[in-house]
Ligand binder design. Structure first.
Ligand code: ZN
Ligand code: ZN
Length: 362
């Protein structure tokens, strides 16, 4: 096994393995549901952090043969040509384009929103090691339309990419969970372009006369970009509400019975859920921080989304499952839950879906 790969995985995995169990009393939410903090580190309110050992993880990764590799001769992640909004298009539909991994372009009412911009080749601190991209993003940063809003779910390398942020620069407004503003300012982003929120906090912005409500919603995950900053920055999911269309972006999350039901109860009428389905194996290591496809379906139902599609697969081999397994397991879980196949599926990388406006959102 090449040594540079080990370095990348060590950095990625190290922050997941030493979580200390904390008592329920310490993990209670703030008065408005804010994320709890213990000893200056954010914690997940619905679970005591229980991680498998790093040694066992690395053994599974490099020794046991349990880890699938990507063989394009066996399976190719499907790709498609994006169909972005043109100035002459009508605005009675929302357009959603999967650029790859957790990077999604939302276009509605003249507002362009980008989630977790990751256009780099390596999901790691260095540009030569760690999990390497197996599929290219559908668009380059140069091919993107002008981006008005960027939402970031957390600071992991596959969601927060330095070169991508540097290229996006000060054009978009950034919405980030607590702690990430300082990091962005360090990359040269103007502090006035950044809004940092705790769970359930919300701001309303206006872009060329159109209103967009941006709400940070909870997720069950963790954070850290190095060996010593574990859980010092918050993680979140995001709700984006246009006047007549709403999208929930799940980012990266494990499942619990509380948070997603709360999101569905507080915000009835979510039109589209963007829900992670990959990086779930082995469950003993990933179980608390990454949902599997069946849990993704549970989230879709908990938040009450009209449609959902699965992200966080097909770009980086972050975990042990074969790259196409998430797609098959999702289809099986959708059928088992008696949902129509089109209610929750996957896109090809680059695919644009058009969603008609079907219900009013206040
Ligand atoms: Zn993550
Ligand atoms: Zn991730």
């Amino acid at each position: 096994m090449p040594r540079f790969l080990l370095i990348g995985y060590l950095l990625l995995a190290s922050s997941t393995c030493t979580g200390q169990p904390v008592g329920v009393d310490q993990r209670s939410l703030g008065p408005s549901g804010e994320a709890p903090k213990v000893d200056n580190r954010y914690v997940n309110p619905e679970i005591a952090m229980q991680h498998g050992s790093l040694f066992a993880f690395l053994k599974a990764r490099f020794r046991s043969g349990e880890w699938a590799s990507y063989d394009p001769d066996q399976y190719q992640v499907p790709t498609a040509e994006p169909e972005l909004v043109k100035p002459t298009d009508t605005q009675d539909e929302a357009r959603v384009t999967w650029i790859g991994h957790a990077t999604v372009l939302l276009q509605h009412q003249g507002i362009n929103v980008l989630t977790d911009p990751m256009f780099g080749d390596f999901a790691s601190p260095v540009d030569f090691a760690g999990p390497k991209r197996i599929t290219q993003p559908a668009l380059t940063l140069e091919q993107l339309p002008p981006i008005d809003v960027v939402v970031i779910s957390h600071d992991h390398y596959d969601h927060l990419d330095k070169p991508s942020i540097a290229k996006l620069g000060n054009q978009p407004k950034y919405f980030v969970p607590l702690g990430i503003k300082k990091w962005l300012v360090g990359q040269g982003i103007n502090p006035e372009r950044i809004t940092e929120l705790n769970w359930w906090q919300e701001v309303v912005i206006e872009v060329r006369g159109q209103r967009l409500k941006v709400t940070a919603t909870p997720a069950q995950h963790f954070s850290g970009r190095g060996l010593f900053d574990r859980n010092q920055r918050l993680w979140s999911s995001w709700l984006l509400r246009w006047d007549n269309y709403s999208v929930w972006f799940g980012g990266d999350t494990g499942y619990n019975k509380v948070q997603f039901k709360q999101i569905g109860q507080r915000f009835p009428g979510i039109d589209l859920g963007i829900i992670p389905i990959g990086a779930y194996a082995p469950r003993w290591f990933m179980g608390t921080v990454h949902v599997d496809p069946a849990q993704a379906v549970q989230i879709h139902q908990d938040i009450g989304a009209l449609h959902s599609f699965g992200i966080h697969w097909g770009a980086f081999m972050l975990s042990a499952e074969p790259v196409d397994e998430a797609v098959a397991l999702l289809a099986a879980a959708v059928a088992e839950s008696n949902l129509a196949a089109q209610e929750f599926g996957t896109y090809a990388i680059g695919e644009t879906r058009r969603y008609p406006i079907v219900r009013e959102v206040d």
